[in-house]
Design a protein around this ligand. Structure first.
Ligand SMILES: O=P(O)(O)OC[C@H]1O[C@H](O)[C@H](O)[C@@H](O)[C@@H]1O
Length: 540
């Protein structure tokens, strides 16, 4: 049964164009009453147009959708991904000191712990130079070859945790565009490079193509014998890794109850572990585990994943704001928006409900973003003065890592807070007129110039604040977003864990290859596709 947004839409209509600033004026405790804290992470959603009645109605959605029961179903290994017949248990990967997790009557934790211990041992020995390349030289570089969930998680986290990276330097190759692997490998020495082929299925065409290119590159430098020394694999398909010639001791397996976009916590995080070491990787897992506990135990009004989800549903399904911007004031979170695009859009971009019927409302939003302050000098213009409302999610830390550059961090924080304040407050025509009068304008020209300088304000934003971007905090933040996606998916009544929408393009690409190669005439293709084939096909 789908939830009903009618009551919320009525509340929205009743509020009309009420200003968020008026909500602050009416309630001096608004900031604290519309904020929640989880293990040091502060989420402030007071700069939204949500009031007590709206919030109560949003909490009602959680009951209507049965979120609490479905949350337990996820954590306890029920097959909630029912279009693929799978449990959804990435939480088991960070269940470091929790109890058993049963899948089909079997506790999966011994196998999770065993794999983690193997990863720890391997990473430790590579980092100490005890595992080395074919000619005995230590590995200085790691190339992770993977795409989607087998790339975005590790690369995002590797960049985020740069201050903790004291192991081999990591590189990430994802695109089937030969430029990607060329530009990475051409700077590396095969003797000192470890290649990690990361693919849940070990069939993804981009990854397998790049893996073969890397294999040729290695073999031409160190010979065929080098493959077993220089290649590791992360996959659920051990048979396929063996076919590729990867030493079984260097294969790290996982189970199909870990979705690709939820997989950074396990073997797919191997390159991250090689870079930051097993101990820091464990801190990352502990951050995720802390958020799991919070999600399961905190009351609704204090529950960060639930609050983020409800604010999201309010903006997207009730207010009709189609996109949401993620704006980390943290340069090292450069790839977080891309990571969240996969997490949120691949999970909740679905047009049918669990039962196969058409979704009676919009699916999840378009997620996009860029770190501040860079975005301020690019697209914030539209956010402040465009005709569409873009709810913004700011993120910022109290401290940076750069000793001696605290003044820059202060400037960064000031900019983050200033942007959410500007979105909230805006600038009235009177204020703009005053500014332009001082500049000497008058009459009709004064009004025209002033009107260009008006900011409507009353634009919603939330802020997630943390102390410092440590592995623990990153773990908290990523798990927070995972659970937010879960709650939104349950409210929408969709399956957040399949991704059938990526299949058609893959099939058509395979069928187009022979057309591009001139081996097939492309009968049945549309005129545009054929015209482009004719233009783009390479001459023999
Ligand atoms: O890890 P792999 O099996 O290579 O899959 C890599 C990616 O490709 C697929 O097409 C899916 O859209 C993603 O969810 C997945 O993360």
């Amino acid at each position: 049964m789908s939830v009903d947004f009618a009551a919320l839409k009525a509340l929205k209509a009743e509020a009309g164009d009420r200003h968020i600033l008026d909500l602050f004026a009416e309630d001096e405790d608004r900031a604290s009453r519309y904020s929640a804290m989880a293990d040091g992470l502060l989420f402030d959603y007071s700069k939204t147009n949500i009031d007590d009645a709206t919030r109560a109605a949003l909490f009602g959605l959680l009951d209507q959708a049965g979120v609490a029961a479905k949350r337990e179903a996820m954590f306890t290994g029920e097959k909630i991904n029912d279009t693929e017949g799978r449990a959804v248990l990435h939480t088991a990967l960070r269940n470091l000191d929790g109890g058993p997790v049963m899948v089909e009557g079997k506790d999966v934790m011994p196998s999770v712990r065993h794999t983690l211990a193997r990863m720890d041992d391997f990473a430790d020995r590579v980092r100490r130079g005890q595992i080395s390349g074919y000619s005995g030289t230590a590995f200085e570089h790691v190339v992770n070859i993977g795409i989607g969930g087998s790339d975005l998680g590790p690369v995002m986290a590797y960049m985020a945790l740069h201050p903790f990276a004291d192991g081999p330097k990591c590189h990430f190759v994802s695109n089937v565009d030969g430029a990607h692997i060329h530009d990475v490998l051409s700077k590396l020495n095969p003797q000192t490079t470890l290649i990690v082929v990361s693919s849940k299925t070990f069939t993804t065409i981009e990854t397998m193509t790049n893996a073969r290119t890397a294999r040729d590159w290695l073999v031409s430098a160190v010979g065929e014998e080098g493959v077993s020394k220089h290649f590791a694999a992360v996959s659920t398909a051990r048979d396929k890794t063996a076919e590729f010639g990867i030493d079984p001791d260097l294969v790290f397996g996982f189970d199909d109850w870990v979705g690709g976009r939820y997989s950074v916590w396990g073997p797919i995080g191997l390159s991250l572990m090689l870079a930051i070491g097993p101990q820091r990787f464990a801190e990352f897992l502990r951050g995720g585990q802390a958020m799991d506990r919070h999600f399961r135990e905190a009351k609704v009004e204090d529950n960060l994943p639930m609050l983020l989800a409800l604010v999201g549903v309010w903006h997207n399904q009730v207010c009709g704001y189609a996109t949401r911007a993620v704006l980390p004031y943290e340069q090292r979170l450069l790839r977080l928006p891309a990571y969240l695009q996969q997490l949120e859009m691949e999970s909740n971009g679905k047009r049918v409900a669990m039962d196969g019927t058409d979704l009676p409302f919009d699916s999840g939003p378009v997620v996009w973003g860029e770190p501040g302050t860079n975005g301020q000098h690019a697209f914030y213009q539209l956010i402040h003065q465009g005709t569409r409302v873009v709810p913004c999610e700011f993120m910022v830390g109290r401290h940076g890592f750069e000793r001696g550059l605290a003044h820059q961090h202060e400037l960064l924080v000031a900019n983050c807070l200033a942007q959410s304040e500007a979105l909230l407050r805006g600038r009235t025509l009177e204020e703009a007129t005053e500014i332009m009068t001082k500049k000497g304008f008058e009459g009709a020209e004064l009004e025209r110039q002033a009107r260009h300088r008006v900011f409507p304000g009353n634009r919603p934003s939330t802020t997630l604040a943390y102390d410092k971007l440590t592995p623990f905090v990153l773990g908290q933040v990523i798990a927070l977003y995972e659970h937010r996606v879960f709650v939104e998916g349950v409210i929408l009544g969709i399956n957040s864990y399949d991704q059938w929408g990526v299949e058609l393009g893959k099939e058509l690409a395979l069928a187009l290859q022979p057309v591009l190669a001139g081996e097939s005439d492309g009968a049945g293709k549309d005129g545009s596709t054929l015209q482009l084939v004719n233009y783009l096909k390479m001459n023999p």
